[in-house]
Write a protein that binds this ligand. Structure first.
Ligand code: GRF
Length: 209
């Protein structure tokens, strides 16, 4: 897992739809001296997204791919794949990307697409994970970085981090506590991916030191 480019750093593309705070944490980590990956490309399906704007301010190649310009998901994802291939992307990181990933992307990038989800999967997949956790009454929630498969937030898990839930928590308070951990574990998972220390047996991802 994790072939690198000729400068010996893995080329990462970030796909996002909104705010882009995970993208920023990934970018900042990638700019550390000893990082083993570059953010080479940002793609958004939302022209107005904060994340796309920020990527351009950071001087990155940041593309809007308009879903409305394609008659189906195949056409839309084929266009995304064209950009990913042209820029020799080795890992695709979904960061608040609000679309289901289809067969076209999955087949082109097998085991090369990661996602971050704001719960301890397999609990609370899908939308509004923080509200789901509060409504259920769990004492602990957190975040998960996982490989993307054809299901919803169902792929093999790379890293997780737990956070406590307190009596006075509302969705905003819990989301903020989880987000701070998302910003830590997503770059770490990417770094592990390119370190060559990850191996996968069935659903189980092992971190070999
Ligand atoms: C995060 O909570 C992430 O877990 C979920 O979408 C949100 C994206 O936030 N997949 P941001 O755009 O990275 O700030």
């Amino acid at each position: 897992m994790g072939k690198k480019s000729t400068d010996n750093k893995g080329n990462v593309a970030v796909l996002l739809s909104g705010r882009g705070s995970n993208f920023v944490s990934i970018l900042q980590y990638s700019r550390r001296e000893k990082s083993n990956f570059n953010v080479s490309l940002v793609i958004s399906d939302n022209e107005a997204s904060q994340g796309l704007k920020r990527a351009r301010q950071e001087g990155l190649l940041a593309l809007f791919v308009n879903p409305a310009a394609f008659s189906d998901r195949f056409g839309f994802e084929t266009e995304i794949c064209r950009h990913l291939i042209a820029h020799q992307i080795r890992l695709v990181c979904l960061a608040g990307y609000m679309r289901i990933v289809g067969k076209t992307l999955l087949n082109q990038f097998p085991e090369q697409i990661l996602n971050i989800h704001p719960s301890l999967l397999p609990a609370f997949p899908g939308l509004n994970a923080q509200k789901q956790a509060l409504d259920w009454g769990v004492r602990v929630s957190g975040c998960t970085v996982h490989f993307v498969d054809s299901g919803t937030d169902s792929g093999p898990i790379i890293l997780q981090k737990a956070v406590p839930i307190f009596n006075e928590d509302d969705v905003d308070a819990l989301s903020a506590r989880i987000l701070a951990e998302e910003h830590r574990i997503y770059p770490l998972a990417i770094s592990l991916y390119f370190s060559g220390h990850l191996t996968k047996q069935g659903r189980r991802v092992k971190i070999n030191q």
